[in-house]
Design a protein around this ligand. Structure first.
Ligand code: AP5
Length: 218
């Protein structure tokens, strides 16, 4: 498992972040979430963050140039040498083509692209029930993934939690439209490269993790 490089694809709320965190904790693969990086830029008020804020709050995609630039720089860091999980990137065919080019330039290849399939009907409940620890970022859900002790993070003991600005029913509709129109065409793109694996993302979280490990030979 060490050194694997993979992409987790799937709709908003499909479970990409949940599974990426588990693979990071268990195997030391680094989770590279463009959504998390952009939210950090928004919080810090950087030029990229100022450009991204309104688009993200409206459920629209940030420009290809911005996100490709962020990933290009991030893949030069030392920690990705032990393997990484791209979570939320690429999201357009242009991003996928540019990722191929920059991985080639860096002498890296992909081991797998995994699509978590979840129907739209389940997504709103997943997203509106989601929250994370304000200190360590561990993810929870009001119904599907509660802390062991209510109101206390399992990971760090913090009692402060937060919800994302774009996790509301209106914005979810725009995010799903962006997914179907701009990201779904990536499945045939990666299938054509022999990299695509599909997992039923409606299965319980632990079962999805087991299936992921099976695909990755862990
Ligand atoms: P991003 O942060 O990437 O959000 P997203 O793709 O919409 O995905 P989410 O983080 O909402 O969902 P997830 O699949 O990680 O689900 P999770 O594991 O949390 O992007 C946000 C915005 O940033 C975009 O809209 C765009 O504006 C911008 N952006 C980011 N990347 C970009 C790019 N490359 N190009 C352009 N713009 C970009 O799970 C959800 C909930 O369900 C959790 O509460 C979890 O506990 C629960 N859950 C998970 N799995 C299961 C299960 N199997 N059963 C039951 N519950 C489950």
């Amino acid at each position: 498992m060490k050194g694997k490089r993979l992409i987790l694809m799937g709709p908003p709320g499909g479970g990409k972040g949940t599974q990426a965190q588990r693979l990071q904790e268990t195997f030391g693969l680094v989770q590279l979430s463009t959504g998390d990086m952009l939210r950090a830029a928004v919080a810090a008020g950087t030029p990229v963050g100022k450009q991204a804020k309104a688009l993200m709050e409206n459920g629209q995609l940030v420009s290809d140039d911005v996100v490709v630039g962020i990933i290009d720089e991030r893949l030069d860091a030392d920690d990705v040498k032990n393997g990484f999980i791209l979570d939320g990137f690429p999201r357009t065919v242009v991003q996928a083509e540019r990722l191929d080019a920059l991985l080639h330039r860096k002498g890296m290849g992909l081991d797998a692209v995994i699509e978590l399939q979840v129907p739209d009907a389940l997504i709103v409940e997943r997203i509106t029930g989601r929250y994370t620890c304000a200190n360590c970022g561990k993810g929870y859900h009001d119904s599907f993934s509660k802390p062991l002790v209510e109101g206390v993070c399992d990971n760090c003991g913090c009692t402060d939690f937060k919800r994302r600005a774009d996790d509301n029913a209106d914005t979810v509709g725009h995010r799903l439209t962006a997914y179907h129109e701009q990201t779904a065409p990536l499945m045939p793109y990666y299938d054509g490269q022999g990299l695509l694996h599909v997992i039923d993302g409606t299965l319980p979280i632990d079962v999805v993790t087991t299936e992921l490990k099976r695909i990755l030979g862990a």
